[in-house]
Write a protein that binds this ligand. Structure first.
Ligand SMILES: Nc1ncnc2c1ncn2[C@@H]1O[C@H](COP(=O)(O)OP(=O)(O)OP(=O)(O)O)[C@@H](O)[C@H]1O
Ligand SMILES: [Mg+2]
Length: 454
């Protein structure tokens, strides 16, 4: 993993996020500072405070997008949580420590996937070897003389060539395969407490205990099953790659990654800040959540199913619109832990034009890719793009300002017929400003309709 310099980080972010230069700069510095802190002399390292950030800005201007892209380019485990989803310790609801646990599980998943990718080719070779043996069992070779040996090898080479051409994909083989079980692993992360097996246990106690026992004994339930070659290949590749991957190393690497590279994005932080007027019951509870958040932001140790995770170097990025409350309404200790404040700008029509066209995942590129699958060339005239951007601005002004999200709804509306009718006899579709106006006309002029459709 290469540590990027702030300038490199901003350059990468520029590929996805338009404008918001201040915010990009701040997150780039924060990310780099974490790395710098980790390089610092041990005696001073723990004295250096982390660079947690609060991003302040209206909805749909790129706050989450910046954080998400930052995490992706740093190859960091990343989790986004809503501050309002948490309740104080002792109340029913999610406790804040689950953030760190979920982040850890995500890191394990991430490292596991990387390792799988790394051994994939070898695992595929091994699986193919096993499939060949299943399709064409070799009898004991001991009694064979050299001539026979050679003959068998030749046959096998020919069969292998046919196998590689996919000639046996329709054949059935019998393998020991894991017994299919609904949603055991899916639910377990969501349950209460560490590992949260609550959900399974309540649904089906017998099943649960069986599963727990066999995983304690280190074996999965398997059964001999007949299946077609492609399905068997999937299972065998999985099996071989599990054998090639060192599970302890995966966990070790994941623990390191979560502690040194983890990023937690706390959305809607403004909703747990209390404006100076309110001091009611709900406010007390919000303040409770802030108090609970404090230790993990300050640096504490959280128990997870893979061991203890220190949160000292996890980067926290909070975000909120702060329409009603202000960052200074947060409890002082928490404010102190988010020393960097950065405001994001509202997006202009010009920004919308750029958002539609420039980012790697720009909406126009997305639609073009979709239609490309049907050999249809979708072209937007320059003026049409400007018209879409203008309409987005108009509707945002007239109804509710949802920022760049407006572009999604408008594009859906404009391209609705085209997406429905394709493929037709047209190989090239050009969107003109008139097309844009026409498809939006009846809606944009009617405020109520706009509210529902755009
Ligand atoms: N500056 C931008 N550049 C490129 N795309 C953007 C930008 N701002 C928003 N978008 C697009 O709009 C969508 C919504 O943006 P995002 O999720 O970042 O909003 P947000 O600022 O986090 O809003 P909220 O406060 O509602 O969470 C994103 O999926 C992204 O495609
Ligand atoms: Mg967001």
């Amino acid at each position: 993993m290469k540590a990027l310099t702030p300038k490199e980080i901003v350059k990468e972010l520029d590929r996805f996020v338009i404008g918001q230069d201040k915010a990009k700069r701040s997150v780039a510095i924060a990310l780099r500072n974490r790395w710098r802190r980790q390089q610092a002399d041990e005696r001073i390292r723990n004295e250096i405070l982390p660079n947690n950030i609060i991003m302040i800005g209206p909805t749909g201007v790129g706050k989450t997008e910046i954080a998400r892209r930052l995490a992706a380019l740093a190859q960091s485990p990343f989790i986004k949580v809503e501050a309002t989803k948490f309740t104080e310790v002792g109340y029913v609801g999610r406790d804040v420590e689950s953030i760190v646990r979920d982040l850890t599980y995500m890191a394990v998943d991430m490292v596991e996937k990387e390792q799988e990718e790394r051994v994939r080719q070898r695992a595929e070779e091994l699986a193919d070897e096993r499939l060949m043996d299943l399709l064409f069992p070799v009898e004991s070779k001991e009694k064979l003389d050299e001539e026979e040996h050679e003959r068998i090898n030749k046959t096998r080479d020919r069969l292998r060539a046919m196998y590689e051409e996919g000639k046996f994909e329709e054949r059935y083989v019998e393998i020991d395969a894991p017994v299919k079980k609904p949603n055991i692993s899916g639910i377990s992360v969501l349950g209460p407490g560490d590992g949260g097996l609550g959900g399974d246990m309540m649904d089906n106690p017998g099943e649960f205990i069986n599963e727990a026992m066999s995983s304690l004994l280190g074996k999965k339930k398997t059964k001999k099953q007949k299946m077609k070659v492609p399905e068997a290949r999937k299972i065998l590749v999985e099996e071989e790659s599990q054998k090639l991957i060192d599970r302890n190393k995966v966990i070790e690497e994941a623990m390191d990654r979560v502690q040194h590279h983890g990023i937690v994005f706390v959305d809607e932080i403004d909703k747990i800040a209390i404006s100076s007027e309110g001091k009611g019951g709900a406010d007390v509870s919000r303040q409770g959540v802030q108090r609970d958040l404090l230790p993990i932001v300050e640096g504490s140790t959280v128990k997870t199913r893979y061991g203890f995770v220190k949160t000292d170097h996890i980067l926290f990025i909070a975000s909120g619109a702060f329409n009603v409350s202000k960052p200074s309404d947060l409890i002082p200790e928490l404010q102190g832990r988010f020393p960097i404040r950065v405001e994001l700008d509202s997006l202009t029509t010009e920004d919308f034009v750029n958002i539609l066209t420039h980012p790697q995942n720009a909406l126009i590129k997305q639609y073009q890719a979709l239609l490309h699958s049907e050999d249809v060339d979708l072209v937007f005239e320059k003026a049409a793009i400007r018209e879409i951007a203008q309409k987005a601005t108009d509707v945002n002004d007239k109804t509710e300002n949802i920022g760049a999200r407006r572009l999604h709804t408008i594009m859906t509306q404009i391209l609705d017929d085209i997406m429905y009718n394709a493929p037709d006899d047209r190989k090239k579709i050009v969107i003109t400003p008139e097309n844009v106006r026409e498809s939006l006309e009846s809606i944009v002029t009617d405020d109520d309709l706009s509210r529902y459709i755009l």
